[in-house]
Design a protein around this ligand. Structure first.
Ligand SMILES: Cc1ncc(COP(=O)(O)O)c(C=O)c1O
Length: 404
C-alpha cells in the first residue's frame, strides 16, 4: 500500500482530515485525546446508527421487508452507554452468549424477549440461570444443551444452532471461521441432527428456529460462499419441519486495509432475498463488527520513536491486550496521526507497551515526522477491542467514551 492509499481508503464524512487535523464524529481528535487522556476508546453513536440504518434500508428494499430482525451481537462491544443507546434507537435486539451478557443487556434496558441467546459449552448452572429470564429465546448448540433446556423448560420453543461444515471469513482467513473443514465445537452437525430432533421431541420442545454463524469479516468477494451456506442450511430447515425463523448469524465485515473490498450491502440483501424470498420464514441477522467496528477509535499516546537496525519503531502507551484482534486474528488496525499534511512519510512499525513479541499494532505504517505529535489513533477499534481487553502486564487500564 502506498502513502496515498494508506490515507485515502478509510476517510469518510465523519472521520477525515480537515485542514490537516483529524476529525471524528464532529470533534477534533486532538481535543479528545487532550481531554480524555490515553489510552481511550471513543465511539460515535451517530456512526453506529448510520450502520444500523444502512442495514435496515438494504433489507427493506427487498421482499424481506417486515419479516427480518437485527440482533446486535453484544460480544463485540458491551460498553453500557452504547447498549443503552442501541436500545433507545429501537432498531435492534440483542444477541447474547453468556448469562453475564444477558444480565448486562437487561440492565441497559433490553427485555429478555428482545434477546436471542446462542452460546457453546454451557454448564447446567448457566442454563439454570438463563431459564429464569422469561421470554429469552434459546438456540441450543449441542445435544447436552437440548437435554438440559428440555428439563428446565419442557414444551417450549427452541432454536438449534447447526454446523453446516462450511465456513466463511475475511480473505479466506481460517482463524475467522467457525465452521468448515476442521471440526469445531460450534453447532450440531448434519449427522447428529436427527438425534437432536429426537431429543427435542422427548421434552416436547418445538424446534422453531435454525441458527448458523459460520465465520466473521466477510466482504463482497465472499458473498457467493454466503449464498452456498444458506442454500445448504435449508436441509436443516426442511428436516426440522416446523421452522419459522432462520438466524444467519453475524459475520458482515468492514474493510481493514485499502485492498479490502467494501461489503456491497445491496448484493448481500439480494442474496438473502433470493434464498428466503420464496419461503415463509422470518430472517434474523446478528451483526457485531458491522455495527460498531468502524465507529470506534483507540487514542494512544506516543512513547518513543527510535530506529533499530533497519526498522523505525514508534511506541504507544497501549498494547495488544487492549484490542487483541490484530494479534489474535491478523486483522490490522491502521494507526493514523492526528495531523497530516500529505508531505512524504516514512514506513514505521507501531508497537505497544506489553512484553510480548506479538505486541505489534502495524508493521508498515506510513507516518509523518512525529516530533511534534503526542498521539496516534487506531481506526476500526470499535469491536472486539475493549470487550476482549485483559490486564496483561498490569497494563489493562483504559477509558471509554460514547460521543453523541
Ligand atoms: C453466534 C454469533 N453470532 C454473531 C456473532 C457476531 O459476529 P460479527 O461480529 O462477525 O458480526 C458471533 C461472533 O463471534 C457469534 O459467535
Amino acid at each position: 500500500m502506498n502513502q496515498q492509499s494508506y490515507y485515502r481508503w478509510w476517510q469518510r464524512a465523519d472521520l477525515c482530515y480537515q485542514q490537516e487535523h483529524l476529525f471524528f464524529a464532529g470533534r477534533l481528535v486532538q481535543g479528545l485525546a487532550d481531554q480524555f487522556g490515553t489510552p481511550s476508546f471513543v465511539y460515535s453513536a451517530g456512526r453506529v446508527k448510520e450502520n444500523l440504518n444502512r442495514l435496515h434500508s438494504a433489507l427493506t428494499d427487498t421482499n424481506l421487508a417486515g419479516r427480518y430482525s437485527l440482533h446486535y451481537a453484544m460480544k463485540a462491544n458491551r460498553f453500557a452507554p452504547l447498549l443503552t443507546f442501541l436500545k433507545q434507537t429501537g432498531l435492534c435486539g440483542i444477541d447474547a452468549c453468556s448469562p453475564g451478557e444477558v444480565g448486562h443487556a437487561v440492565s441497559c434496558g433490553f427485555t429478555p424477549s428482545e434477546i436471542s441467546f446462542t452460546a457453546s459449552s454451557l454448564s447446567v448452572q448457566d442454563l439454570t440461570m438463563l431459564a429464569r429470564y422469561e421470554g429469552l429465546f434459546m438456540d441450543c448448540d449441542s445435544l447436552h444443551a437440548i437435554h438440559c433446556w428440555g428439563k428446565l423448560k419442557p414444551q417450549t420453543r427452541i432454536g438449534l444452532r447447526v454446523n453446516p461444515a462450511m465456513g466463511i471469513g475475511r480473505a479466506a482467513n481460517d482463524k475467522l471461521q467457525y465452521a468448515g473443514e476442521a471440526t469445531t465445537k460450534f453447532g450440531i452437525y448434519q449427522e447428529q441432527f436427527d438425534e437432536a430432533l429426537e431429543v427435542a421431541k422427548s421434552y416436547n420442545l418445538t424446534v422453531s428456529k435454525i441458527h448458523f454463524h459460520t465465520g466473521c469479516g466477510y466482504l463482497t468477494p465472499q458473498l457467493a460462499q454466503l449464498e452456498r451456506i444458506i442454500a445448504h442450511c435449508f436441509w436443516f430447515v426442511d428436516r426440522a419441519g416446523q421452522v419459522e425463523r432462520v438466524n444467519i448469524g453475524g459475520g458482515l465485515g468492514v474493510p481493514h486495509v485499502a485492498e479490502d473490498q467494501l461489503l456491497a450491502l445491496d448484493q448481500w440483501a439480494t442474496v438473502l432475498e433470493r434464498q428466503f424470498g420464496g419461503r415463509n420464514i422470518h430472517v434474523e441477522i446478528e451483526p457485531g463488527d458491522y455495527l460498531v467496528k468502524d465507529a470506534g477509535l483507540l487514542l494512544l499516546g506516543k512513547t518513543f520513536v527510535e530506529r533499530k537496525r533497519n526498522t523505525l519503531f514508534v511506541g504507544v502507551d497501549g498494547g495488544f491486550n487492549l484490542a487483541p484482534e490484530p494479534a489474535y486474528y491478523n486483522l490490522p488496525f491502521q494507526p493514523v496521526p492526528l495531523r497530516y499534511d500529505a508531505t512524504p512519510c516514512s514506513l514505521a512499525s507501531v508497537v505497544g507497551n506489553i512484553n510480548e513479541a506479538l505486541d505489534v499494532w502495524y508493521e508498515q505504517a506510513w507516518l509523518p515526522d512525529l516530533t511534534e505529535h503526542r498521539h496516534l489513533a487506531l481506526i476500526n477499534a470499535g469491536a472486539y477491542s475493549s470487550a476482549m481487553a485483559s490486564n496483561h502486564c498490569m497494563r489493562g487500564r483504559f477509558k471509554e467514551f460514547l460521543l453523541f
